[in-house]
Write a protein that binds this ligand. Structure first.
Ligand code: SAM
Length: 263
């Protein structure tokens, strides 16, 4: 994992080099549409999710969190305050809302999330496509129990939460879904697991699938994993917004292109 200083330097480099976040000068109609509707679109009604986040941020109760050796920011198996998990592990509202707009815009019929944590980003995805089938995997028993409660509270009835390691639960999840329209990989941020999940997902995608990888610049390993994914023969377009990387596979994109866009 990069130090805050190293990460800040990388963020600055990204910001200086990235394309304008409003789409000015963007020649690709697909990417222009992505900028307009996903990066800058309107988010649906999700105040209840942010109200729940605020409650979780004040929740001083402690739970036992197992260590998955996952490069988690939370460290090894030990007691953690729910408030600390809410503060450190969850995607901030701005990015969770972006993922909500992504799902609302492309309308995936199936969504797979690796790394549920407390279920807030899961809820954003569920709320965007309430008729779709959503599977989310979380390793920690206590965290997944809280996520189940949170998703019930938010009325997210289309989510199937699988508790267990990604390694154990991913094959079953892939078998349970007809194909993967949208996958969000947000856990176990290391080179080998990330590229392995990517390769396990590949036989289940189609040309309109979207794969999203979290924290692609978080460490040298994750940058290497993102490079591997970008250069894979199946990948047509990628969009890097620093804290998230998006992969597209559409056949209409004859020449692979890699965009870095300010968000
Ligand atoms: C960054 S958090 C997910 C945050 C969530 N997607 C959100 O934005 O609200 C990553 C989660 O993945 C889980 N995790 C990490 N590695 C795992 C593994 N190998 N198997 C199962 N769960 C894992 C952690 O317990 C943690 O709760």
């Amino acid at each position: 994992m990069y130090s805050s200083y190293q990460l800040a330097r990388r963020y600055l480099r990204y910001y200086m080099k990235a394309s304008n976040g409003k789409g000015h000068g963007m020649h690709s109609p697909f990417v222009y549409d992505f900028i307009r509707h996903v990066l800058n679109g309107k988010t649906g009604e999700t105040d209840d999710i942010e109200n729940l986040r605020r409650q979780l941020l004040r929740d001083g109760s402690e739970i036992f969190v197992e260590d998955f050796g996952a490069g988690s920011r939370l460290g090894g198996g030990q007691k953690r305050k729910v408030a600390d998990i809410a503060r450190r592990a969850l995607k901030p509202a701005r990015y969770a809302q972006l993922l909500h707009r992504l799902a609302a815009h492309y309308k995936p019929a199936t969504v797979l999330e690796l790394g549920t944590s407390l279920g807030l980003t899961t809820a954003y995805l569920s709320r965007a496509v309430p008729q779709s089938q959503l599977i989310s995997i979380e390793g920690s028993k206590a965290i997944s129990a809280l996520a189940t409660q949170n998703l019930q509270r938010l009325g997210c009835t289309n989510v199937q939460l699988l508790q267990g390691s990604f390694g154990d639960r991913l094959p079953g999840a892939l078998a349970a879904l007809p194909s993967i329209d949208l996958a969000y990989v947000d856990g176990n941020h290391r080179y080998a697991p990330t590229t392995d999940y990517f390769q396990q997902l590949l036989p289940h995608i189609h040309e309109h699938s979207i794969l999203v990888f979290d924290d692609i610049h978080w460490s040298a390993e994750m940058e290497e994993a993102w490079s591997f994914i970008k250069s894979h023969a199946s990948v047509a377009y990628t969009i890097d917004i620093f804290f998230l990387g998006f992969c597209f596979f559409r056949k209409e994109f004859r020449v692979p292109q890699h965009f870095s866009i300010r968000f």
